[in-house]
Design a protein around this ligand. Structure first.
Ligand SMILES: C[S@@+](CC[C@H](N)C(=O)[O-])C[C@H]1O[C@@H](n2cnc3c(N)ncnc32)[C@H](O)[C@@H]1O
Length: 240
């Protein structure tokens, strides 16, 4: 008889290393209880949007700004963004999250926000060729298998002169694990993200004006005090 090591349940449905598949499954299962499991999640979204607006007010124009809220989840960040921008398209890989996003928008009469379920690859004509003034991505970069590849996709969806703003978990030490073992199959970046890694991703995607600083520190029920960074990059107006 062959020897078996313990195989987690999620390994039966996905090839080893299918982080995106594990994420879809995890967030589909947890979408309806996100605010129960993370009572601070709505406040984290609000704090993140406030940090973006304080550091970079120019991209926020209620008459003009068209936003892509990437990895939008159930819409907590989009709901905080909407008073400050014209229109928001949310994109997420989790159908259950997108359903809740659109239900909350409809129930509240928020006609300026809508989400679609898609796994973006950076191919031409994704999202019907739409391009955005502002792309936001909150609390999701630590879930992406390649932040370099994802940042290239997001850069391709910015209008010339458009801005990418990312809020995520700041690395607090090379050996400090921020994520418990139970969640590591959905989090490739268990130490958070460093400024160097973010700079490489943004500059590799052709973005200029890279800056990174502290967004906020917010206590979370599960992980204690969490340091969130804000990173900014701008799509050049002309590729020289
Ligand atoms: C912790 S939640 C954050 C949701 C939302 N941005 C917020 O701050 O409330 C992370 C989200 O990333 C999404 N996600 C993970 N990998 C993704 C990918 N490759 N493409 C799009 N969304 C992804 C998950 O489905 C989940 O909704």
């Amino acid at each position: 008889m062959s020897q078996h090591t313990h195989t987690p349940a999620h390994a039966h449905t996905h090839a080893h290393g299918d982080v995106t598949g594990f994420n879809r499954e995890y967030f589909d299962e947890h979408a309806h209880k996100v605010e129960e499991e993370h009572p601070e999640a709505r406040q984290v979204g609000l704090n993140s949007v406030n940090a973006m607006r304080a550091a970079y007010p120019t991209p926020f124009d209620a008459q003009r700004t068209e936003v892509l809220d990437f990895a939008c989840g159930t819409g907590l960040v989009s709901q905080a963004l909407r008073p400050h921008v014209k229109q928001i398209l949310g994109v997420d890989i989790s159908p259950a999250s997108v359903e809740i996003y659109n239900k909350q928008a409809a129930d509240n009469g928020f006609s300026d926000m809508h989400a679609v379920c898609a796994e973006l690859k950076g191919e031409p004509h994704e999202l019907d060729g739409a391009q955005f003034d502002l792309i936001t991505c909150c609390a999701a970069y630590h879930h992406f298998p390649s932040i370099d590849a994802t940042t290239r996709v997001l850069s391709s969806l910015l209008k010339p002169g458009g801005t990418l703003l990312v809020v995520d978990l700041a690395a607090v030490g090379a050996n400090t694990e921020l994520v418990p073992p139970t969640h590591q199959h959905v989090v490739p970046h268990t130490h958070g993200l460093t400024e160097d890694a973010m700079r490489v991703a943004f500059e590799g995607a052709g973005l200029t004006g890279f800056e990174m600083g502290e967004a906020h520190r917010t206590m979370t029920a599960r992980f204690g005090e969490t340091h969130w960074f804000l990173a900014r990059g701008v799509k050049p107006v002309q590729n020289l």
